[in-house]
Design a protein around this ligand. Structure first.
Ligand code: BES
Ligand code: ZN
Ligand code: ZN
Length: 503
C-alpha cells in the first residue's frame, strides 16, 4: 500500500472512498460542509436521527455521484474530543485501515484535518497513518504452500492523505519517511520472531544479524562458544547447556564517530526457545516460547533502523542468544554458577533463565562506558499478568532516563508503566549458598527479576529495564498487528534514540 500526501490546491481524481473523522456530539465542520455539501446533508440527517453520533469506531457512509472527493464517503467516530490524543488517533488510524480493507476500495483518501485535536498535529498524524498502513498489512506466510489468488491481491492500493491546511516545509515528508523506515524495522523483528525455533536458533539469528550489518554498513562481532568460555560468561553457558546449538553473543555497533552525546547500549534477551529446562513449563502455549527472543530481535532490528535513519548517535546492541532445553546434561535446579562479573548464583529455577543471560550481557556493556543502558526482554509471566498487552513494564534507578523512555513510549504507542525498584525487594533474592538466587518469592515477580538484573548493571550507569512479556505477542486484536510477533520495542527505541540524538 502506497501512502501519499495531498494538499487542497492539488488537482486530483476522485478516490473510491473518502474517510473523515468526527468527534462525538460535535457539529460538522465548516471545512467539511464546504468540501462536500451533499454528503454533509446526508451526514446531518444521520446525526439528527441518531443513526450516527461519533462514538469511537462507529461509522456512517453513503454513496453519490455528486460527491467531489470520492464516490463513497465515510464518517468515522473518534469518541469524545476531550479524551482524544495520540493514543486515540492511533486507534482511529487502525480503524481507517480496517474500514478501507472492508470496503475493498482501491484508493482511499483521508481528510487529515478532521483528525487533528488533543495535541495530534499534522506531521504526527501523517507519520502514524503511513506506519500503521505498513504494519497492519504484515503477514508471515513463507511457510504456506498454497496461497489463495484473492489473498495475494492487495485490497488497498493507495492511501491518500488530504490536508486542507497547507503544511509548511518538508517536515511532514521527513516524518512520514521516519515512520516508514521504523515500520520496516518492526517488520524485520516480526519476521525474526515468527520464524519457528527449529529454524531461528542462535546460529541463524547471528547470521541474520551479520547479514543486516553488511547491508547497513554497521560493525558486527559475534562471540562464539570458545570466546564465551574464555570470558567466563557463566550465565549464558549454563542456560545453553542443554542445547545442541552453541550459544552466541551478538555485538552490533553503529556511529563510532558520534560519541559526543554519549554511548547508548541496548541489550536484548535472545532465548530462541524456552522450554523452562528441568523446571519444565506446562505444555499449553509452550509453542509461543519461540518469541522469547523478542528482545534480541528488537535490538538487532533497531540497529538497522538507526543506520537507515543515519542518526548521529553511538549505539551498541548486545544480544545474548541461547536455547533453554531439557537434555542429557542441562543445568539442574540448585546448580551454582559464576557469572561474568564474578558473582555467584544459585539457580533455583531453570525457567528463570532470561536474567542469567542478561546478567552477563549487562556486565559486558561496561566495556563501552555507556551513558545509558536499556535492556529489553520477555522476562516474566508476572508482567504479562499485570499489564496484559497494553503496557511495557518499566523499571530502573535513574529517574531522568526512565522519563525519556516513557516519553518515547507515549510518542510511539508503546506505552510503559513504571514499577518500583526499592532496595527492600533485594531481600527475596539473597542466596543461601551463593551470592544470589535466580528467583525471588512468589510475589512481585517482575520486580524481583529486575532486582536480579540490577546486580549486574555497571555501577553508576543509568539503566532502564523493559519487560515486554505482555506486549511482544499479539493475539490478533490490535489495529496494527495480526496474530503473532508484534516486534515490540523497535518503535520505542527508534524514537528514544532519535530524541537522544536531538533530531
Ligand atoms: N520467558 C519466560 C517469561 C514469559 C512467560 C514470557 C510467559 C511471556 C509469557 C521466562 O523465562 C520465565 O519463564 N519466567 C518465569 C520466572 C519464574 C520461574 C520466576 C515466569 O515468569 O514464570
Ligand atoms: Zn523461562
Ligand atoms: Zn524465558
Amino acid at each position: 500500500m502506497e501512502t501519499v500526501l495531498m494538499t487542497a490546491s492539488e488537482k486530483r481524481k476522485p478516490a473510491d472512498l473518502l474517510i473523515v473523522g468526527f468527534f462525538e456530539n460535535e457539529k460538522l465542520s465548516k471545512e467539511m460542509v464546504q468540501l462536500e455539501p451533499d454528503f454533509s446533508k446526508a451526514a446531518q440527517a444521520a446525526l439528527e436521527r441518531k443513526r450516527f453520533s461519533g462514538k469511537s469506531a462507529q461509522t456512517f457512509s453513503s454513496y453519490s455521484e455528486q460527491y467531489q472527493e470520492a464516490a463513497e464517503i465515510m464518517m468515522l467516530g473518534l469518541g469524545e474530543k476531550k479524551k482524544y490524543g495520540v493514543t486515540g488517533f492511533r486507534q482511529a488510524a487502525g480503524n481507517i485501515i480496517k474500514a478501507a480493507k472492508r470496503t475493498k476500495a482501491k484508493t482511499v483518501r483521508v481528510l487529515l484535518d478532521t483528525f487533528l485535536a488533543g495535541g495530534v498535529h499534522l506531521e504526527q498524524a501523517a507519520g502514524i497513518i503511513s506506519e500503521i498502513s505498513i504494519l497492519a498489512s504484515y503477514e508471515f506466510k513463507c511457510y504456506k504452500t498454497k496461497t489463495d489468488e484473492e489473498d495475494k491481491k492487495e485490497p488497498v492500493a493507495k492511501l491518500e492523505m488530504l490536508a486542507l491546511k497547507k503544511p509548511g516545509g518538508n517536515a511532514i515528508q521527513r516524518r512520514m519517511e521516519w515512520n516508514r523506515v521504523v515500520a520496516q524495522g518492526v517488520i524485520l523483528a516480526r519476521d525474526f520472531i515468527n520464524e519457528p525455533a527449529n529454524v531461528m536458533n542462535a546460529d541463524k539469528l547471528s547470521e541474520e544479524a551479520k547479514k543486516l550489518a553488511v547491508q547497513k554498513k554497521i560493525h558486527c562481532e559475534i562471540l562464539h562458544l570458545p570466546q564465551l568460555k574464555q570470558l567466563k560468561m557463566g550465565g549464558i553457558l549454563a542456560v545453553n547447556q542443554g542445547s545442541r546449538t552453541p550459544p552466541a553473543l551478538v555485538i552490533l555497533e553503529y556511529g563510532k564517530n558520534y560519541q559526543k552525546k554519549g554511548t547508548v547500549c541496548l541489550v536484548g534477551k535472545g532465548v530462541t526457545f524456552d522450554t523452562g529446562g528441568i523446571s519444565l513449563k506446562p505444555s499449553k502455549d509452550m509453542d509461543k516460547m519461540k518469541y522469547d527472543m523478542s528482545g534480541a530481535a528488537a535490538v538487532i532490528a533497531t540497529l538497522g533502523v538507526v543506520a537507515d535513519l543515519k542518526l548521529p548517535v553511538h549505539v551498541i546492541g548486545l544480544a545474548p542468544l541461547v536455547e533453554n532445553m531439557v537434555a542429557e546434561d542441562p543445568q539442574r535446579p540448585g546448580d551454582i554458577i559464576r557469572m561474568y562479573n564474578g558473582k555467584t548464583v544459585e539457580v533455583l529455577n531453570t525457567d528463570a533463565e532470561g536474567r542469567l543471560i542478561l546478567g552477563d550481557a549487562l556486565s559486558y556493556a561496561e566495556k563501552y562506558h555507556p551513558k545509558a543502558i536499556l535492556d529489553i526482554a520477555t522476562l516474566t509471566g508476572s508482567c504479562a499478568a499485570t499489564f496484559g498487552d497494553k503496557a511495557i513494564g518499566l523499571l530502573g534507578t535513574d529517574a531522568r532516563l526512565l522519563a525519556r523512555v516513557k516519553k518515547a513510549g507515549e510518542e510511539t504507542g508503546e506505552r510503559c508503566w513504571e514499577l518500583p525498584l526499592w532496595d527492600e525487594y533485594a531481600e527475596s533474592i539473597k542466596g543461601l549458598h551463593a551470592d544470589i538466587n535466580n528467583i525471588g518469592g512468589p510475589y512481585a515477580g517482575t520486580i524481583t527479576a529486575t532486582m536480579f538484573l540490577k546486580e549486574f548493571v555497571p555501577a553508576g550507569t543509568p539503566w532502564a529495564h523493559l519487560d515486554i512479556a505482555g506486549t511482544a505477542w499479539s493475539e490478533g486484536n490490535r489495529p496494527d498487528c495480526p496474530k503473532g510477533a508484534a516486534g515490540a520495542g523497535v518503535r520505542l527505541f527508534a524514537r528514544f534514540l532519535t530524541n537522544w540524538a536531538g533530531k
